[in-house]
Ligand binder design. Sequence first.
Ligand code: SAH
Ligand code: SF4
Length: 348
Amino acid sequence: MPTASLLSLSADELAERVTALGGRAFHGRAARREVLERGVLDYAAMTSLPAALREALSHELPILAGRERLRTVASDRTTKLLVDFPGREGKDPVETVHIPPHDPASEKGATLCVSTQVGCPVGCPFCASGLAGLSRNLAAHEILEQFVLGRAVGPLGRAVVMGIGEPLLNLPALTEALDAVHDEMGMGARKVTVSTVGFPDRLRRAARSEPRFQLAISLHTADDAQRDELVPAMRGVPVEEVLAAGDDWFEVTGREVTYEVALLGGENDTPGHAERLARRLRGRRCTVNLIPWNPSPELPFARPRPGQPEAFREALAERGVVATVRWSRGLDGDAACGQLRHRHAGTA
Ligand code: SAH
Ligand code: SF4
């Protein structure tokens, strides 16, 4: 059974638990502050709490519910964590990736890539995360704990919600976690980017709920029929409707949208695809991220040919659409999206 942790309890539950252990209600808030503000992960080091309470808490209430099960570090220092939650050991680990800046001397801090679901129900055929469908939604504290564990690897500059899962299908938990990341860990809303396939109705609602994040929409193609294939859960939703929801986001929040295209060799990376995408996006205040596909042996796609991502970028630029090619980091450490979990699920 899932057990409680310091971060899984609501404010009232925490006050009650701490009082039952002989402390005062505010000690619970103080302990949470130690973890979220200062990154303290050991009750013994929480000197603002009475010694007897620290001792009791260390036996009765784990700080984090999650336990790091596996860590892989790539040659570029990208660190991937597989985290288990109690009651589910080995069954559905959660994946979090800590990507340090290219320049080790940089003080920018790392980018943390966070998951929102175990598995994914959207079923994009080029993505390993969705191979076995959805196992479950993560709870808010399970999302928040990824930030805490990631910061323990090294200082964070920003976060991208681009790990396993579709964020708009678990938005209440994600919102609760991001509120804590913003208010208690001190990471600004502009430092957090949420990537989604862009369900229009959900996006319009999210835009109106004071989102504390930047938006990236995984578009992949300007062609309706091809998008139906590449994003099966959105079959029948025309590309233009997704773009209209992106325009609405910009109008309501004042923040520009990034469109993402996973470049699949020979599928959506030709000059014709670039031209049609440019035609759709021209005149919109947005940027495009081109992500050359990360191979997964079990998936029937190919990386773009050398030079193709750059040619695609130039074809967009010539038509007035700003784009960047994002090469993946940490490939030798199982970095491709969803691969670590997929490879190690059920193997412990
Ligand atoms: N479900 C959300 C967020 C997680 S996926 C979404 O789809 O946006 C984050 C990004 O990684 C998406 O743009 C997705 O298309 C891309 N992606 C998934 N698998 C990939 C792969 N093997 N290679 C390159 N990009 C991939
Ligand atoms: Fe899910 Fe995103 Fe992977 Fe599609 S690309 S299966 S939406 S995680």
